[in-house]
Design a protein around this ligand. Structure first.
Ligand SMILES: Cc1cc2nc3c(=O)[nH]c(=O)nc-3n(C[C@H](O)[C@H](O)[C@H](O)COP(=O)(O)OP(=O)(O)OC[C@H]3O[C@@H](n4cnc5c(N)ncnc54)[C@H](O)[C@@H]3O)c2cc1C
Length: 763
């Protein structure tokens, strides 16, 4: 992208931008910063903060904490929500103004917008909030530096306006959800001198635009070669000139989605997850007046009546459109984007890296997130599936690109991939456009003959603006009577009102919770972190006093499971592991190991029978397979995990692969190795490796074996030492374990590229 320059055109545009941008900067840096966080807040709904949080753990004298925030709004239970949804057919008074289908970013944002205008709103989500694409994004809240580059390169004003709009929304995010979103510095490494002015102009123009769009973050700056290597010591040093650092936003997408749904509820919306629209209701004139729905947890079915319906089902838009009109043309072109999660040492805690120069012109990035590193991503046309699975070839492509940017002494191994996920971009065509083969650049709002309003496309960052436009259309088409304008630009989300960046310190002092956990709670729940902490179990130790982790290496605690069930509508095991906590996105194996304990807690809360526990467990394991958990031939059971957690593993014999051998496996490797090591000098001949594999009864494709050998850097002397032999066996074992569904290990994988301006939200 940045590589293929049309230098003359760019030079002109760049010069103009540079001059304007620099002068704007000199004048505006302070004033724009001042404006940040100074928006007046919208009036919070009456029910907010009006109820004592009564079920806090009694072992803490919670009510005596008079100087601490201790009253919290408790949302109605799911049962109450369902009964309100069922009431809509009783009389005309109870009919909703709008029924929104889909509880992703777009649907939840639309519900919030409509509710803040005083409309009577219902929302149903067939799975969980953010279960679709909205939990699977890159987590950036951004205008998109690459989109801006494209706008300048092609002198494309529409593209420029989209970036500007997204930058404005970025500022809104930080204002309304300060605990869930935050600025993130991102470095662009520079390997050629001529790139320096080019990138500099790019990032300065980005800053400039953010300033004109309302608020900007910190200014971008040049980082010297040594500073860059200090931040990213593993970066390839050869020919590195330095880097440019610019700022964008990052957030916790699924938790942001849950916060949107909760805030909509706090403004009076009736919202239910695990309720699916199975059909649309129409009046005698053929206009849509509600839907027939099913509770997917109980299979109960009923009708919901509303004046109109908004279809916000993302990649599944066409399913609802064909319920409306079976002859309607499909408008969604699904495209899959894969991310992998690597250990945290691949990125500093608070800085990301983006390199726009992959082998085929796409972007590769390392972004710190939830204590790990997200790397990716890919773009390839895909089938529409409910739980998309990352293909092994896509994971390999990302790893291959990652390796190109690393210093040669760093080996990124397949075993470093702790989790991997695929998200489906709902790229859409505008059905009313003349050229229907063209994909729309951002989002599309369509009103069908039967008045069903469809909102699709766009990106996470712009959900609020999309929602506002959609509700504007709904008000017009359905002749609704809002009591006021949209408040979403100022309405802070639940958790934001009593939050400050010192909340975590007060929580440590009050509860004796570890710093890492207190920070995590404050950044996930905002002021509601108090309520979560109050539910936490004593550890029985002097320090930390409270806060039992659900997985030893991650800051998620058991109290979060209880809180998710009681206050955040978590109904299934997957709701908890994927969208209330984000453990499944961070480490699939660690999640698997924590399932029995989470099931125990959820069973206490929800009274699950042993059959339901097994069902939930099986579904969670199936879900984890879509998050990169290796498929094993043997069926995993709850009891097996409980037993295994008490069994010793022989771990990390060698640093290269994450070896986890059972004692008997290790014994057989030792035996085979020493049988082949005729001289007894601690090494076997390279040619004997095949023999060893045959004796051990393992087969592995030649190409895969070659890759494993390359990754472990064998000495070039024709022999293999025992340590290296174990590394090879670790790689082979991993290969066998990582038989992820859809896996075909093609080497030299190439993907179809999707143009940036159509890539819908990714970087
Ligand atoms: C790989 C990738 C990376 C991305 N990265 C970024 C990024 O960094 N920044 C950014 O701004 N944007 C990003 N995006 C874009 C962003 O994630 C999406 O634009 C956004 O999440 C779409 O939200 P949505 O609500 O429209 O769709 P979804 O989140 O998919 O929600 C639709 C919901 O409708 C529900 N549904 C479907 N049928 C029914 C039915 N019959 N009844 C009830 N409910 C139903 C589904 O279960 C689903 O939950 C990225 C997208 C992808 C794919």
């Amino acid at each position: 992208m940045w590589k293929a320059l049309n230098r003359r055109r760019i030079a002109l545009a760049s010069l103009a931008v540079a001059a304007g941008g620099t002068s704007y900067y000199l004048h505006n840096t302070n004033s724009t910063k001042q404006r940040d966080f100074q928006r007046p807040s919208a009036i919070t709904p009456k029910i907010f903060m009006s109820e004592t949080y009564a079920d806090a753990n009694r072992s803490i004298l919670f009510e005596k904490m008079s100087d601490k925030p201790h009253t919290f709004w408790a949302p109605p239970s799911r049962k109450e929500m369902l009964s309100m949804l069922k009431n809509s057919i009783k009389d005309n008074e109870s009919v909703f103004d709008v029924l929104i289908i889909g509880g992703g970013a777009t649907g939840a944002g639309t519900a919030l917008d409509a509710a803040t205008r005083g409309l009577k709103v219902a929302l149903v989500e067939r799975d969980d909030f953010a279960a679709g694409t909205s939990s699977r994004s890159t987590k950036l809240v951004h205008g998109g530096v690459r989109y801006l580059e494209k706008a300048f390169k092609e002198l494309d004003y529409e593209q420029y306006k989209l970036v500007r709009e997204a930058l404005h929304e970025r500022a809104t995010f930080l204002h309304i959800a300060p605990y869930l979103s935050y600025p993130l510095p991102i470095i662009l490494p520079i390997y050629k001198w001529w790139q320096l002015p080019y990138f500099w102009v790019g990032v300065k123009a980005y800053d400039f635009l953010a300033g004109t769009a309302g608020e900007k973050l910190e200014s971008s700056y040049f980082s010297t070669r040594s500073k860059t290597l200090e931040a990213f010591p593993w970066l390839k040093k050869e020919k590195l000139v330095g880097a440019l650092v610019y700022y964008d936003g990052q957030h916790n997408d699924a938790r942001m989605n849950v916060a949107l749904a909760l805030t909509a509820i706090s403004y009076g919306a009736v919202v239910a997850n695990h309720v699916e629209v199975v059909n649309l209701l129409k009046d005698e004139n053929g206009k849509v007046i509600g839907a027939h729905v099913r509770d997917n947890l109980t299979n109960e079915e009923w009708d919901i009546r509303s004046k109109g319906v908004i279809n916000a089902t993302g990649a599944f838009t066409d399913g609802i459109r064909s319920m409306d009109n079976p002859r309607t043309e499909k408008i969604v072109q699904p495209s899959s984007g894969v991310h992998i999660v690597l250990p945290n040492y691949y990125s500093p805690r608070k800085m990301g890296l983006l390199d726009p120069q992959t082998s085929d012109g796409r972007v590769i990035f390392f972004l710190p997130w939830e204590g790990a590193t997200i790397a990716g991503t890919t773009d390839s046309p895909t089938e529409l599936t409910y739980n998309p699975v990352p293909k092994e070839e896509e994971i390999q492509w990302i790893l291959e690109e990652v390796r190109r940017y690393l210093s040669p002494d760093i080996k990124v191994r397949r075993s470093d991939v702790l989790s991997a996920w695929s998200g489906i971009r709902p790229l859409v065509r505008d059905p009313s456009a003349k050229n229907t083969s063209e994909l729309v650049r951002s989002h599309m709002i369509d009103v069908s003959e039967s008045n069903m309003i469809t909102i699709s496309g766009g990106k996470w960052t712009t959900y609020r603006n999309m929602a506002k436009e959609t509700v504007d259309v709904a008000i017009k088409v359905l002749e609704l009577k809002p009591s006021n304008d949209s408040l979403t630009e100022r309405a802070k989300l639940v958790g934001s009102h009593g939050y400050s960046n010192t909340t975590f310190i007060k929580i440590i002092q009050q509860f004796g919770i570890e710093t890492e956990i207190a920070q995590h709670l404050a950044q996930s729940y905002g002021d509601r972190a108090w309520a979560v902490a109050a539910l936490s179990e004593p550890t029985g130790k002097r320090w930390p006093v409270f806060g039992q982790r659900i997985s030893p290496s991650y800051p998620y605690i058991e109290a979060e499971v209880r809180y998710a069930v009681r206050r955040e509508y978590a109904c299934t095991l997957v709701d908890v592991i994927a969208r209330r906590t984000r453990l499944a996105f961070i480490n699939a194996q660690a999640t698997l190991e924590s399932l029995p304990r989470i099931i125990d807690i959820m069973s206490q809360e929800l009274g699950w029978s042993p059959e339901r526990q097994t069902q939930e467990f099986d579904r969670a394991v199936e879900f984890l397979h879509t998050m990169g958990l290796p498929r094993q031939t043997e069926k995993i059971t709850i009891d097996k995990i409980r037993q295994d957690s008490s069994k010793p593993f022989i771990r990390e014999v060698s640093p290269s692969f994450h070896l986890q051998f059972q004692p008997e496996e290790l014994a057989s490797f030792q035996k085979v190795f020493s049988d082949l090591d005729k001289s007894g000098e601690g090494h076997i001949k390279f040619v004997e490796l095949d023999k060893a594999l045959v004796i051990l009864g393992v087969s592995v494709p030649e190409q895969v074996l070659k890759t494993i050998i390359t990754q472990i850097n064998l000495e070039n002397n024709g022999s293999i030492e025992y340590g290296k032999f174990l590394e090879i066996m670790g790689g082979v074992k991993e290969y066998h374990l990582s038989e992820i569904a859809g896996d075909d290990r093609k080497i030299g994988y190439k993907q179809k590229r999707i143009p940036i301006e159509r890539s819908s939200g990714g970087v």
